[in-house]
Design a protein around this ligand. Structure first.
Ligand SMILES: *[C@@H]1O[C@H](CO)[C@@H](O)[C@H](O)[C@H]1NC(C)=O
Ligand SMILES: *[C@@H]1O[C@H](CO)[C@@H](O)[C@H](O)[C@H]1NC(C)=O
Ligand SMILES: *[C@@H]1O[C@H](CO)[C@@H](O)[C@H](O)[C@H]1NC(C)=O
Ligand SMILES: *[C@@H]1O[C@H](CO)[C@@H](O)[C@H](O)[C@H]1NC(C)=O
Ligand SMILES: *[C@@H]1O[C@H](CO)[C@@H](O)[C@H](O)[C@H]1NC(C)=O
Length: 408
């Protein structure tokens, strides 16, 4: 009876209060208690980490220090040629972005020019400067010619009459390509996630755009979970998965599940990388998810997956926390399987992957076809497979143990 009454009140509130773009006070109070995280200091730091210089918070966001429980950070790796994604991403995300950019040698200068262009020339510059923390990293063996102090860098003037420096960059012209350097993707992922000022992070790839309103919806969803079972902590760690789709180059990114369903029906949208690696992205009940009609506002869990058989190749992207297992820094982008060891750790630790119903990610428009030339890839995938099989898998077993159904 009491429960039903509560339910009716909830509906009444949903119906009468205009949709607000932030947390209700009660949710904030509950989340603060539930998450129990500590706020981080926010400052520029530089340090050597393994074989890299890391300039953490080289360019800081206008939002300044944040409450660790009251927001979600989107974290990603990139090089400067991907910076065209920053504004379209932020227009939808409108919450903190922690971005680690690999900038060895002369790529550093182009990276700085690109950032300055985004901060000074782009029509979306206010979003960029308010929300983005830029971290730069490069090999100690491939130093830039000059590294200005953050203050001096910010004082430089961008050339706003030229084209954006990150546009139409040919892969072959990147310093790293010319030098034959591997892209240290997991170093970037870890730097970006570690620098998050919030406890909850969406560790993603910068070309994946979330549905608008995701952060307030997610925090209110968490708030409902916490209020629903006070004092009762889940036994397994839980992360919240966002399904991923691609749309044709001539189609704009859908904002709601209903828009997405229309595009899927017409064939203008497809599940992510189905042509390239279906098992990496399918996960459990993809067709059911696609078919399910939207019945409520806000977010709910559609179904729960695990990273074990038959989904042991699944590479989901999810909202997790800064405490989830790190990415393995020896694995590179070129080698593929770059999330395999993290996934193994999460399998052994029995993480539950709760798939959200009304939120998802869409890749920057344009459907990717399988690569024609595979020669570089196969060479480094062989290197990765050798590394995973021999050295890493032994270490992972020592570090995390093993569990039935978890494979590397
Ligand atoms: C998250 O932080 C950004 C930047 O300060 C702010 O604009 C946004 O409203 C915050 N989100 C919530 C849910 O409080
Ligand atoms: C909730 O609201 C009260 C009174 O309006 C305020 O004092 C308190 O700081 C708020 N709490 C949070 C976590 O926003
Ligand atoms: C700015 O860019 C324009 C267009 O590429 C170029 O003509 C001009 O010389 C540049 N200005 C400076 C100061 O570099
Ligand atoms: C996009 O292009 C495809 C064919 O390539 C066409 O079928 C579709 O109608 C186009 N969509 C829009 C929104 O223009
Ligand atoms: C999804 O819907 C289509 C078309 O209505 C139907 O053919 C298909 O069987 C459904 N699949 C699932 C798994 O529900």
């Amino acid at each position: 009876m009491g429960r039903r009454f509560g339910f009716l009140i909830a509906i009444a509130i949903l119906a009468t209060v205009p949709k607000i773009n932030s947390l209700e006070n009660i949710t904030a109070v509950k989340l603060k208690k539930f998450i129990n995280c500590e706020d981080k200091s926010y400052e520029s730091r530089k340090g050597i980490y393994q074989d890299y210089w890391v300039l953490e918070n080289y360019i800081m966001a206008g939002h300044g220090k944040l409450s660790c429980y009251a927001n979600v950070t989107y974290s990603s790796h990139a090089d400067y040629s991907y910076l065209d994604n920053v504004v379209p991403l932020l227009e939808r995300w409108r919450s903190p972005l922690s971005l680690a950019i690999y900038a060895p040698g002369t790529d550093f200068e182009r990276t700085l020019d690109s950032i300055l262009y985004l901060l000074q020339c782009h029509p979306g510059r206010h979003l960029v400067s308010e929300l983005t923390s830029f971290h730069l990293y490069f090999d100690v063996e491939h130093l830039p010619q000059v590294v200005l102090s953050p203050k001096a860098a910010l004082g430089m003037k961008a050339n706003c009459s030229g084209p954006p420096p990150y546009e139409n960059v040919a892969r072959k012209d990147l310093y790293r390509t010319r030098q034959g350097l591997y892209y240290p993707v997991n170093m970037g992922r870890n730097i970006a996630r570690k620098a998050s000022l919030t406890h909850y992070v969406l560790a993603s790839d910068i070309e994946l755009y979330p549905t608008p309103g995701l952060v307030p919806d997610y925090l209110n969803f968490l708030g409902r979970l916490v209020i629903g079972r006070p004092g009762q902590l889940p036994t397994s760690p839980v992360v919240h998965v966002l399904r991923i789709f691609e749309v044709m180059a001539n189609v704009s990114v859908p904002n709601t599940k209903m828009e997405l369903q229309k595009l899927l029906k017409s064939g203008e949208a497809v599940p992510f990388h189905m042509e390239i690696c279906a098992v990496c992205h399918r996960g459990p009940k993809l067709e059911e998810w696609i078919n399910a009609t939207v019945v409520s506002e806000g977010l709910n869990v559609f179904n729960v997956g695990h990273r074990s058989q038959p989904d042991n190749m699944w590479e989901p992207i999810f909202i997790g926390t800064v405490e989830d297992p790190p990415y393995d820094e020896r694995l590179t982008w070129e080698g593929q399987r770059d999330k395999m060891t993290q996934a193994y750790a999460m399998c052994v630790l029995d993480y539950e992957f709760h798939i959200l119903d009304n939120a998802f990610l869409v890749h920057k428009p344009g459907i990717k076809q399988p690569a024609k030339s595979k020669s570089v890839l196969t060479h480094s995938s062989r290197r990765t497979n050798g590394l995973i099989n021999k050295k890493i898998s032994k270490e992972m077993r020592i570090k995390y143990g093993s569990r039935n159904g978890c494979v590397l």
